[in-house]
Ligand binder design. Structure first.
Ligand SMILES: [Zn+2]
Length: 420
């Protein structure tokens, strides 16, 4: 494995300091002595608020000027020699899923702080200001709407979203107010595209490609955008004994058939498709399922192919309904455009890897990130860091200390080139 010590870095990040912040932030939202429970920092929860305070403290210690915008994005700024020059932005998020890990999001925020701290401490003068951003509610676990902070920054948030409620009935607006934020001022969060020169996000891969290739870091070329659908089949909940096979309207079989169709359609379009949640009603051993509810997640890096996948899935549902005499309800719950990373930033990251003698590869990104939003207003790039076993959103999520440092060093060199 490549050691950080072997990197040819002019300005070197502090591997130990980075690791310490990762471990300290990882304590917040975890139960002492119970690593198997992972880290839970749902957006705007008490744990998240504690983590926010911690992040602000680390930013201040790093010499950044910190402000929190109206909906809670934390922004730490290092001034450039030309304070009116467009900003080079980097960051990620510190909220987690329920029983998540220490690295998803956190590495992108703390790594960025460490990189900028290195620049600051070395007294390096760069023309462009650099801003490290920790975005509010990336995961979307609590209010069912992800990328909230970055979406607000690019003007993609509307008033209705503040009425979204969590399980206990608290609205997003109330949760923000409780955190002493100001949801009414959400339009003040929007950044003018001319203000931002580039956005670079470092994130754990959440897949096994880098591990498989024995590489610490990868360079993202495209990000798949997800479409989420909810499909409900309505048949007849007849008796399992008294209804002959040819007289049934079995919603369960319709669901099974659709699941296999999703697989076929995804393979044919070279995308990915998943049925991750499915249930049958009434759900008894001796009753034919009268009702079936399933979710479908479809992704592709090319929007045309993805649209085609959606079209084919809808057609498959129609065919199944006709064949099995069913009614179906289709609801599209989410539709995020796929994104292509900036050629220029890909090139800069590649150069940074080359000068550091870090072997790397170009790759696609299957998960959604704040970068999907930021790409609407600026040139965007992503650095991926190896995830052990490809595991994420799980207490077992892990990235080696050395890999965190290598990714952060690549980020530092990349930021210096973009901001000079
Ligand atoms: Zn993340």
């Amino acid at each position: 494995m490549e050691g950080v010590a072997n990197l040819i870095a002019t300005y070197e990040i502090d591997q130990q300091r980075l690791w310490q912040t990762l471990m300290e932030l990882g304590e917040i939202g975890s139960t002492p002595g119970k690593p198997e429970e992972g880290v839970t920092r749902i957006s705007l929860s008490l744990e998240d608020l504690k983590a926010r305070k911690y992040t602000i403290d680390v930013m201040k210690e790093a010499g950044l000027k910190v402000r929190v915008d109206a909906i809670g994005n934390i922004i730490g700024r290092l001034e450039g020699t030309d304070s009116s020059a467009p900003v080079v932005m980097t960051g990620s998020h510190i909220d987690t899923v329920i029983r998540g890990g220490k690295f998803d999001g956190a590495l992108g925020v703390l790594g960025a702080i460490e990189a900028v701290r290195t620049i600051q401490e070395a007294g390096i003068e760069l023309v462009h200001p650099i801003e490290v951003v920790s975005f509010t509610d990336e995961e979307g676990v609590r209010f069912g709407s992800g990328y909230f902070g970055s979406k607000a920054m690019v003007g993609g948030v509307n008033k209705e979203m503040f009425g979204f409620t969590d399980e206990t009935g608290i609205t997003l607006a109330d949760a923000l107010k409780k955190a002493e934020l100001n949801p009414n001022e959400y339009m003040s969060v929007v950044r003018n595209p001319e203000e931002i020169k580039a956005y670079v996000e470092m994130h754990i891969e959440q897949g096994k490609v880098l591990e498989d290739q024995q590489l610490a870091v990868g360079i993202v070329t495209d990000i798949q955008g997800p479409v989420w659908m909810e499909v409900e089949f309505e048949g007849n909940p007849d008796h399992a004994g008294a209804t002959p096979m040819n007289m049934r309207n079995d919603a369960g079989l319709s669901m099974a058939e659709l699941m296999l169709e999703v697989e076929k359609i995804s393979i044919n379009n070279q995308g990915v498709g998943t049925v991750g949640k499915a249930s049958l009603e009434p759900g008894a051993v001796n009753i034919i399922p009268g009702n079936a509810l399933l979710t479908i997640d479809l992704r592709h890096v090319d929007k045309r192919y993805r649209s085609n996948m959606v079209k084919e899935v809808k057609q498959a549902i129609l065919n199944i309904c006709r064949k099995r005499k069913m009614k179906a309800n289709i609801e599209v719950k989410k539709e995020v455009d796929p994104a292509t990373c900036s050629e220029e930033i890909i090139e800069v990251i590649q150069q940074s890897c080359k000068e550091l003698h870090v072997p790397t590869m170009k790759m696609q990104c299957g998960a959604g990130h704040d970068s999907l939003m930021m790409t609407k207003v600026t040139k965007m790039g992503m650095i991926f860091v190896r995830s052990k076993g490809g595991v994420s959103h799980n207490p077992k999520e892990w990235t080696d200390k050395e890999d965190c440092a290598i990714g952060t060093q690549v980020l530092l060199n990349t930021l210096m080139k973009l901001a000079k």
